[in-house]
Ligand binder design. Structure first.
Ligand SMILES: C[S@@+](CC[C@H](N)C(=O)[O-])C[C@H]1O[C@@H](n2cnc3c(N)ncnc32)[C@H](O)[C@@H]1O
Length: 375
């Protein structure tokens, strides 16, 4: 096992500095990325308690996050055994905590209070997964699961950092699963272009039904995308989505999935402590984001209509009307060749003013999806 304490600390530190989403940062770690993600999310759930412990270095440095991660480990399992392959930094941080921090309050905290998850931990099971084997693996790890209304999406209970579930599926919030679930409810095969694809969750999900091309502008995020998607036969392109749209050939794709950068306001509750500190989604950014969202969606619809695209999905993990329904209204006004499709009728939470669209309003998992059909 690599030093996942250091890896989780690095991921949380980079997340705080807005280098990327927590999941993408953990998945970019070289070894045991899933264990790093499980540990990092458990630390996030516990963050309010951990940061209240006196004596830690409250400066938001990498060292601070290292202390937070190790306090969490101390709380749940005791300090890691120094004989494990721990990095020098982890060993030094353990010594610092032992010497300088009063650990008594942490010991006194009840695990039940500490482990109350803020958001549901969703897991999308691969179509190829043998459910009996998956259930047996969960039982062995003492993990319980609850079925959602979709047969391949479950909610998992608290995960031990050692949990290895990658052969069975992917951690993916139910909101994030919705765009592909919408497409799958309309068509069962075809070619799909994912325009803003990193870290690749929706491309991977879509590849279970469609032939997928995944496009991403940011080089760092593209590398993560490529690492995850190429083994699944997904073609990955490192380019600006605007240029990629220009290069679409006639009838090259049936579907476009557009999940552009947004304020992420729907995920606030999940990453509340850090999101508040980061002031994510402040108004100045929102205007810029909305302009980008409107421009890229309009371009996808306009070029898409010329090049034979049949359906376009537009999604965000934002709960703001400005980034969702207002964007949809803007493009429908500008381009009369498209109409909204009434998707996933069994999903109860619908769009504001447009019942054809779906929303997820669960704390920490806020999401919006609109699907356009060429008339
Ligand atoms: C919300 S994330 C996509 C998440 C992804 N669909 C998934 O499910 O894993 C938005 C992505 O769009 C990328 N992006 C932003 N502007 C872009 C552009 N002009 N062209 C291509 N990608 C862009 C960002 O770098 C980011 O990785």
């Amino acid at each position: 096992m690599p030093d996942i304490y250091k890896q989780a600390a690095e991921s949380l530190f980079s997340f705080q500095n807005r280098v990327g989403g927590l999941k993408a940062l953990c998945l970019a770690q070289n070894s045991s990325p899933s264990a790093t993600y499980a540990l990092s999310t458990a630390v996030m759930d516990n963050y309010e308690n951990l940061k209240s412990i006196k004596g830690i270095t409250c400066d938001n440095s990498m060292n601070y996050f290292h202390q937070i991660v190790l306090l969490h480990e101390f709380q749940t399992n005791g300090f890691p055994n120094k004989r494990l392959r721990l990095s020098k930094e982890t060993r030094n941080t353990i010594s610092f905590l032992k010497a300088n921090v009063d650990l008594e309050p942490l010991k006194a905290m009840k695990p039940a209070a500490i482990f109350k998850p803020v958001a549901n931990r969703y897991f999308r099971i691969f179509q190829k997964t043998n459910i009996t084997e998956f259930a047996a693996a969960l039982k062995e790890l003492n993990i319980t699961y609850t079925q959602t209304q979709f047969k391949n999406v479950v909610v998992l209970s608290e995960l031990p950092p050692s949990a290895k579930l990658t052969q069975f599926g992917e951690f993916q919030s139910i909101g994030s699963c919705l765009p592909v679930l919408c497409f799958q409810s309309i068509v069962n095969k075809g070619t799909l272009l994912d325009l803003c694809a990193a870290p690749g969750s929706k491309s991977l999900q879509a590849s279970e039904s469609f032939t997928v091309t995944a496009n991403e502008l940011d080089k760092r995020r593209f590398n993560i995308l490529k690492k995850r998607c190429e083994p699944q036969n997904i073609t990955c392109i490192n380019a600006d989505a605007f240029d990629t749209i220009d290069r679409i050939r006639s009838n090259q794709f049936d579907l476009i999935l557009l999940d552009p950068t947004c304020s992420s306001s729907g995920t606030y509750n999940q990453d509340k402590a850090l999101a508040l500190k980061l002031n994510v989604g402040k108004e100045k950014d929102l205007e810029k984001l909305v302009t980008f969202q409107k421009t890229i969606l309009l371009k996808a619809l306009t070029k898409g209509a010329e090049r034979g695209i049949k359906y376009v999905s537009y999604s965000t993990c934002s709960i703001n009307d400005e980034e969702n329904e207002q964007v949809v209204e803007f493009v429908l006004e500008q381009n009369k060749k498209w109409k909204l499709v009434n998707v996933l009728e069994e999903w109860e939470v619908r769009g504001l003013r447009h019942k054809e669209c779906v929303r997820c309003e669960e704390p920490g998992n806020g999401f919006f999806v609109a699907v356009f059909q060429r008339k």
